[in-house]
Ligand binder design. Structure first.
Ligand code: CMC
Length: 424
């Protein structure tokens, strides 16, 4: 392949170097474009723009490949714990047994929240959306952030604390909105089991089932990173202004909240309820989703990058069956979702646009069966995504990256005079 691209503009010829990644992805380096030609590129939604070089995650949307630090998601999902995957994302290599034991012990010892964070949660309105609460707590945790270089148990101490505390924040937010007393972290329980305990102890959803905790751990792994998605790009962009780790994560949380991103898992359940209200007619839903005069979309379908299948969705579909049978539940929404998937996959509109179920299509069904209310679904996504956000924040700050500052093409009014108030 040629090692440069040639651009002709206004009678000038510009040679632009190519950047080739380890998986042979090709980028055209346009860093000199504006200086040399006065023009910028135009790519709303950034579908054709590489914002950085990154060594964290590789994904190939055409082939349905997702790898963290080179290791396929299918292998990690079957064999590693969420803590191992977090280490992998943050440090670049799988931990040794000794490293993992040290990390595990340190994580367990940092689960308690500072008192001000507990008080902050208690002060929020009972009907606060937990994603709003999560962003607020992360923003305030910046006040106890230590120097970036401080290490503990082989990890950046700031990262270790956020990883240990996010389940506690999430559980306390839930119990606050439910008017329940908080359940303190249990240092004898593993990551996901402790989270389930803090969430549901003393409620009808209380569980000590290790298989259920393992399934939740696996869901965290599936969400742990996804390269330059909306929330991760937000974390990197905010971090590029040299905002601190927790403050940058707070911004990532609010980006994730949106229904086109992490909020889709909640939107899927609401959509399935709507289909139920229409007699469970999946063909009605498919017709609505295709109707350009309707705002209805098949939530949990389609992806900016995956144009064949989402490997996470394949794993989650199997988990949905396992978890529901483990709980002895015959979930009508699962049957409905499968019917909807079947109908859409055979419909020309969805085939032509390469729209397939994504990670969110089945995850909400599992979460609901476990007892999580829809408002908590995106919080579960955030718990999983935290190590990925932090790995990218780190990567960005370790390099010589500039502050992120896109250009625009101005389409507003040309220069004109101010008109005094009494003349308008
Ligand atoms: N239902 C119906 N039509 C759809 C859907 C859908 N879910 N998704 C895309 N389309 C159509 C869209 O109308 C457009 O049609 P046309 O070419 O006729 O105008 C075409 O497919 C391309 O869609 P797009 O919106 O230009 O694609 P995008 O890459 O900008 O958007 C997406 C990707 C994920 C935002 C979109 O597919 C969507 O809104 N899906 C539903 C929300 C969802 O499930 N989001 C979770 C994404 S996975 C979790 C995560 O990583 O955040």
């Amino acid at each position: 392949m040629a090692d440069q691209a040639v651009l002709q503009i206004n009678g000038k010829t510009l040679e632009l170097p190519l950047i080739v990644g380890t998986e042979k992805e090709v980028g055209i380096d346009i860093a000199v474009l504006r200086d040399k030609t006065g023009a910028v590129t135009f790519d709303p939604g950034y579908g054709n723009s590489g914002a950085c070089e990154s060594a964290v995650t590789f994904l190939d949307g055409e082939l349905g490949i997702l790898r963290y630090r080179g290791i396929p998601i299918e292998q990690l999902a079957g064999h590693a714990s969420f803590l191992e995957v977090s280490w992998l994302l943050l440090k670049g290599e799988l931990p040794t047994a000794a490293e993992l034991a040290q990390f595990d012990a340190a994580e367990k010892s940092h689960r308690d929240l500072p008192d001000f964070a507990v008080q902050l949660i208690k002060s929020l309105p009972r009907n606060v959306h937990p994603m709003a609460g999560l962003a607020a707590v992360f923003a305030t945790l910046s006040s106890v952030e230590g120097p970036t270089k401080d290490l503990e148990a082989g990890l950046a101490a700031n990262e270790l604390r956020l990883l240990a505390q996010i389940p506690t924040i999430a559980a306390y937010l839930y119990r606050h909105t439910e008017g329940l007393d908080f359940v303190a972290p249990d240092k004898n329980k593993a990551y996901a089991a402790n989270y389930l305990n803090m969430m549901f102890k003393g409620t009808k959803f209380e569980t000590n089932d290790a298989d259920i905790a393992n399934a939740l751990d696996l869901l965290f792994i599936l969400h742990a990173d996804h390269e330059q998605n909306c929330s991760t790009s937000t974390v990197r962009l905010v971090g590029s202004a040299q905002a601190g780790l927790s403050a940058s994560i707070a911004a990532g949380v609010t980006a994730l909240w949106g229904p086109l991103h992490g909020g889709a898992n909640q939107a899927v359940i609401e959509m399935l309820d709507e289909v139920v209200a229409h007699g469970g007619d999946v063909n009605w839903a498919v017709a609505q989703a295709k109707d350009k005069n309707s705002t209805f979309r098949l939530m949990g379908f389609g992806h900016r990058v995956y144009k064949n299948f989402d490997p996470r969705a394949t794993i989650i579909k199997v988990q949905a069956d396992l978890v529901l049978s483990r709980l002895g539940k015959n979930d009508k929404q699962l049957a409905l979702a499968k019917g909807l998937e079947e109908a859409a996959l055979h419909d020309e509109y969805f085939i032509a646009r390469k729209l397939y179920p994504n990670v969110d299509f089945y995850s909400g069904i599992i979460y609901r069966a476990l007892g999580f209310p829809p408002g908590m679904f995106t919080v579960l996504f955030a718990i999983g995504r935290l190590p990925g956000w932090m790995a990218h924040w780190n990567e960005h700050n370790a390099g010589k990256a500039k502050i992120g500052r896109p250009r625009q093409i101005y389409i507003g009014k040309n220069a004109r005079d101010f008109v005094a108030l009494n003349k308008r």
